[in-house]
Design a binder for this molecule. Structure first.
Ligand code: FES
Length: 163
């Protein structure tokens, strides 16, 4: 099922404001992109041209940096980022079931965002908390030794009005 979500046009005035603050810096691109993403939630493709102009780069160079760094996103993401571990330690302790339960509860596949923009689901190779396997994160919070009912409770805590 296509989970593409129609969202409002990004406000590029925010990009101009951020650019003005980085004008005198020598190599401002990465912190600048981070700030745009923090402010808007992602880096809108329409922002690449003004960012290139403001930093004296070609748009293709800005695009190259965005593509290179996994931390940058060019599509809107949910308010809450759910990261389910796909690593070996989690896998042998039921990680696949945890991922299935998260997908069922949110009704999205990996990389997708719920239509209400509340959750984006991602998977990661290891969360670095193998002793908690099977594990997942929601935003900056770790959850471990998961079982299906616990997963449902965790997701409910972040459901819209929550968090
Ligand atoms: S394998 Fe899942 S946290 Fe390391």
């Amino acid at each position: 099922m296509d989970k593409t979500v129609e969202t409002a046009k990004p406000d590029l005035k925010q990009v101009d404001e951020i650019l003005s603050r980085y004008q005198d810096q020598k190599w401002p691109l990465i912190p600048l992109l981070q700030e745009v993403q923090d402010e808007i939630g992602y880096i809108p493709p329409e922002a690449i041209e003004p960012i290139a102009r403001g930093t004296g780069l070609f748009p293709v160079q800005v695009q190259g940096v965005i593509t290179f760094y996994e931390q940058f996103h060019t599509t809107p993401r949910g308010k809450n980022i759910v990261r389910v571990c796909r690593g070996t330690a989690c896998h042998v302790r039921g990680g696949r079931t945890i991922l299935k339960i998260v997908k069922q509860n949110l009704d999205v596949e990996e990389g997708e965002t719920t239509p209400d923009m509340n959750f984006t689901l991602e998977t990661v190779p290891c969360l670095g908390t193998c002793f908690l396997a099977p594990a997942m994160m929601v935003n900056k919070n770790y959850y471990g030794k998961l079982a299906p009912p616990k997963v449902r409770n965790i997701l409910q805590q972040y459901d819209n009005a929550g968090d």
